[in-house]
Write a protein that binds this ligand. Sequence first.
Ligand code: PLP
Length: 455
Amino acid sequence: MSDLTPAPDPATGARVYELDRAHVFHSWSAQAQIRPMVVAGALGSHIWDYDGNRYLDFSSQLVNVNIGHQHPKVVAAIQEQAARLCTIAPQHANDQRSEAARLIVERAPEGLEKVFFTNGGADAIENAVRMARLHTGRHKVLTTYRSYHGNTATAIQMTGDPRRWANDGGATGVVHFFGPYAYRSPFWSGSVEQECERALEHLEQVVAFEGPGTIAALVLETIPGTAGILVPPDGYLAGVREICDRHGIVYVADEVMAGFGRAGEWFAVDRWDVRPDLIAFAKGSNSGYVPLGGVIISAEIAETFAQRVFPGGLTYSGHPLACAAAVASINAMTDEGIVEHARQLGADVLGPGLGEIGDRHPSVGEVRGLGVFWALDLVKDKATREMLVPYNASGEANEPMAALVAACKERGLLPFVNYNRLHVVPPCTTTDEEAKEGLAILDDALAVADRYATS
Ligand SMILES: Cc1ncc(COP(=O)(O)O)c(C=O)c1O
């Protein structure tokens, strides 16, 4: 790997940084308070900067580079497509778009038959909700507090996490409820089974009090991702499906983060054998090599728009470069057994390894996850489960997490963090050896978090 890393070039790095600071306006940030890392390149499970520092990417960037960086088959497909046809309007048929739709539908649960392509996850959610509203003739949408659904008007309103707060009011009819989270149960449950039962009972009540006949859709991250990798208890999603069926509510699975291998399945719902009416996807569908998202649509909902116009569209819907990247990525994931590898890596390396780390460190309250989708819920005190930093912590209050991230980076590991959680979310292609190397670094770095915890 190191022979493929270009020689350090700090002068170029400094120039890139200077221009970024002068002219680039970054997402979700107070612009004067950030110091972006200047990335020079990436390959496989690694990224590097201009100063000669190389990092094992345990973040997959924004949990989207499922196939790893610069997969040669995907790069070649984009290059070939660029030489052949860079772009085409969405009203025309295109070979890459047709093939990408076929490959996606082939992997989706039975009965999901068509794909509406978007530019990313937020607009996938936006359009899924629009379809559900028109299909049902109802307006309200139920989503969980612990969720992120994207940064467009409806999607940010549906989001439960604090990114919604400054954007509240952009859309109407969104109602939040609590999903299951046994470790920090909102229902005072004593077991996972009880959490499942009570979470479903709570949802049943929210539906009853909102008026079932007013609810168009229930939108649920199959495994809430940024909100904490909250793997649902067995039976929960089947219960959600049953509630939706009973009340004629469209069940939308947000698989933007959980789908395409992340959970060791093509779609995370496969693990529980549940069939949603609509699936929103994005990130892992082509690992973000070219922006892509979409909605996979059931035959019933597609039929609603057979003779009636669907009032939605995007200039770049089914963009040939993005679809060529999806075709190559899905084929490579299939041929190279990448989804199966992600499952095995979780079961044999990440799960057991993180479990041992959790036992060793007073700051690790809970380890949870599957596939290449893991969270450490960090605490001040294992007994009380007090969070290592408060919900929505920033500045001084976030100091323990900032110190932990710095310790990981000093040791060559790039983690993903959110409030009091560190997420272990490497590419699905990460080798067993790389995963073990990353776990060893994490084990060492967690000593920093332990200083803030009572042993
Ligand atoms: C579960 C989920 N839904 C939707 C989105 C929004 O996707 P995008 O940023 O591509 O618009 C994200 C992004 O992180 C996500 O994790």
